[in-house]
Every structure is written in structure tokens, then in C-alpha cells.
Design a binder for this molecule. Structure first.
Ligand code: 13P
Length: 339
């Protein structure tokens, strides 16, 4: 199969109507933090057990089109010896892989960060493809506060996102381009809208310069919300209106799918906001989810590291996946939460 056909098949599977993506690609320090919250030690065996149970959830493929894995998980097996990526394929789910190497300070840009991992990326991707990954994810973050993010951070991160996306496509992989405007801070909705517009504008400029094919990529952005310390919370309708206003201005209609991250929103909050976005008019893209915390929090709590709570954890994951799947068509109602 040609490289372009490979990308086209993958994108068609990922943006399937009524489905979204599960981000299960927490790095080792991040999963340790999530496990610490439920008093579970982050050992290789515990990470394998937890992620195997998520992926074995019956009917997960009805509402999840793809799962983003961490490198370690790509090489792990289920209890019966099935490689975890293959377990996903059996569920009709496309396996993907987080490929950035994390963020760190950006020199000469106080308060801003840059994401690393371009060196040797091509070689790594070849290995991931052999292990079954069909798409990739790279996350850049932007802090709001004072003069942040500055123009240097906006340009430098756009450049690495576009370089990464071009390399993925050259090998037949679909890139998920994730510019996350962080929710931390006391800024208002309007400031988040301004920063998001500037960031996305620069990202699409860079994607154009690097000749990235927009039709076979996914954008994974944050929604436009006030900072989490802002005194006035926004309604779902305000979030939807501001998010879509920005996106209509800067995201070309050729991009097939926008899959939002949850970025610290609560599980139900992330569903309600996605639903409001999908109830608005003038949306040329499929607007779905690529949630980590908002899909996994209830499942993690239900599991709590107990082998006998496996099914309860799967039910909790399936419920959130289904609620969010409904939100992709604007058909979610809070009354459906009662189970
Ligand atoms: P959250 O939905 O928890 O923000 O995670 C999504 C993700 O993949 C961050 O890179």
C-alpha cells in the first residue's frame, strides 16, 4: 500500500462519525501522578494491568476510533500474550503513539517552553510503525500570563509541530498536531481567545511552509475557556461561541478533524462543552474529543488498583466514551448520566 493511501485509510478510520480518541499516553512521571491519586504504585506491572483492562473494555470500539499510547505500552502484552496494539485492532480501534520527548524551558524566553524530540524522530517512527502504530501525537504547550506566550515561543513551537507533522506524513503516519493553550492562570475568556487565535494562526502558517497535507492530519487543540483561577466561570454556550469564532478564523476547512483535549476540565464539563460546540452552526470540520483525564478519571477511581474492580473500571470508561460520542453530534443530555 502506498504511503498516501495509508494516511488516507488511517484518517478515515480516526474521524469516523460519532467516535473520538482516547489519550492513554501519559508519560512515566504523569501516570505516576495519576496512580498516586488512587494510592497505586507506578510499576511496569501496574501500568500494564491498568492499560490492558482499558483496552479490553467490551464495545469500546463503538465510540472510540483511536487510542494514543505511550512508548512502553506499544511493546506490552495482554495477560493472554496478545500485544496491546493488536488488542486495540481487534476492537476496531487504531493504535497511535505519543512521539515527543516532553517539554522544557525555551532559551531566552522566560516563562515559555518548547517541546523536544525531533532528533532521530524518523528512525523512531519506523520502529513504531513496525509495532503497529498508525498515527502519532506531538504536544506543545503555551502558558498564559504576563507577557507569555511571547512571539518567540509562538514561532518556535509552531516550527517544531510542523516539522514533526511533515516527517510523520512522509512515512505514511497521520500526525495529531497538539498546541495546548494551558488552562492555568486567572485570565479571562477573551484573553484565551486572543492567545488561541495567535497560536493557531502561526501553527497553520508553519504547516503550510512545511507542505503538510491538511487533509490527512488531526488538530488537537484546547477549547477557549477562562483560566481556572478566573473568578467568573464561562457557560458551555460561551465556550462554544468563543472556540468556534477563533477556529473559523484560523483553521482551514481542509482539516478533517478537530479532536479537543480536556486539559483539566472535569469529565462532565468536557462533555457538556463538546456538546455545546456541536450544537452550534457553521462547522466545516468533525469536532470530537481526544481526552485523557476526562475519559479516564472515573475509570481510575473505580479501579483503584484492585483486580476485582476491573469490570467496574471498564463500565466507567465505556460510560464516559458513550457520553462523549453523543456530544460529537450534540445529542448529549445531562439526564443521560444516571446509570
Ligand atoms: P487531557 O485530555 O487530560 O488534557 O490529555 C490529553 C492529552 O493527550 C494531552 O497531551
Amino acid at each position: 500500500m502506498g504511503i498516501q493511501q495509508q494516511r488516507q485509510d488511517t484518517i478515515a478510520a480516526l474521524v469516523a462519525p460519532g467516535k473520538g480518541i482516547l489519550a492513554a499516553d501519559e508519560s512515566s512521571p504523569t501516570i505516576a501522578k495519576r496512580f498516586a491519586a488512587i494510592a497505586v504504585e507506578s510499576t511496569e506491572a501496574n501500568r500494564r494491568e491498568y492499560r490492558s483492562l482499558l483496552f479490553a473494555t467490551p464495545r469500546l470500539g463503538d465510540s472510540i476510533s483511536g487510542v494514543i499510547l505511550f512508548e512502553e505500552t506499544l511493546g506490552q502484552n495482554d495477560d493472554d500474550g496478545t500485544p496491546l496494539p493488536q488488542r486495540l485492532v481487534q476492537q476496531g480501534i487504531v493504535p497511535g503513539i505519543k512521539v515527543d520527548k516532553g517539554k522544557g524551558p525555551l532559551a531566552n524566553a522566560p516563562g515559555d517552553e518548547i517541546t523536544r524530540g525531533l532528533d532521530g524522530l524518523e528512525k523512531r517512527l519506523e520502529g513504531y510503525l513496525q509495532q503497529g502504530a498508525r498515527f502519532a501525537k506531538w504536544r506543545c504547550v503555551y502558558h498564559i500570563g504576563g507577557h507569555n506566550p511571547g512571539p518567540l515561543a509562538v514561532k518556535a513551537n509552531a516550527e517544531v509541530l510542523a516539522s514533526y507533522a511533515a516527517i510523520c506524513q512522509s512515512l505514511g503516519m497521520v500526525p495529531i498536531v497538539e498546541p495546548e493553550v494551558l488552562i492555568d492562570g486567572d485570565h479571562d475568556l477573551e484573553r484565551c481567545a486572543q492567545v488561541s487565535e495567535t497560536v493557531l494562526h502561526e501553527v497553520f502558517h508553519a504547516l503550510h511552509r512545511h507542505r503538510v497535507e491538511l487533509e490527512t492530519m488531526i488538530l488537537k487543540p484546547s477549547m477557549v475557556t477562562p483560566g481556572k483561577d478566573h473568578p467568573q466561570a464561562a457557560t458551555a454556550e460561551q465556550v462554544a461561541e468563543h472556540t468556534l469564532r477563533v477556529f473559523r478564523r484560523v483553521v482551514p476547512a481542509a482539516v478533517p478533524g478537530i479532536n479537543f483535549l480536556s486539559g483539566g476540565q472535569g469529565p462532565e464539563e468536557a462533555t457538556v462543552n463538546l456538546n455545546a460546540i456541536n450544537q452550534a452552526s457553521h462547522r466545516p470540520w468533525t469536532l470530537s474529543f481526544s481526552y485523557g483525564r476526562a475519559l479516564q478519571e472515573p475509570a481510575l477511581a473505580a479501579w483503584g488498583g484492585h483486580h476485582d474492580q476491573r469490570e467496574a473500571a471498564q463500565q466507567a470508561l465505556l460510560h464516559r466514551a458513550r457520553m462523549n460520542a453523543l456530544a460529537t453530534t450534540g445529542e448529549y443530555r445531562t439526564t443521560l448520566e444516571a446509570r
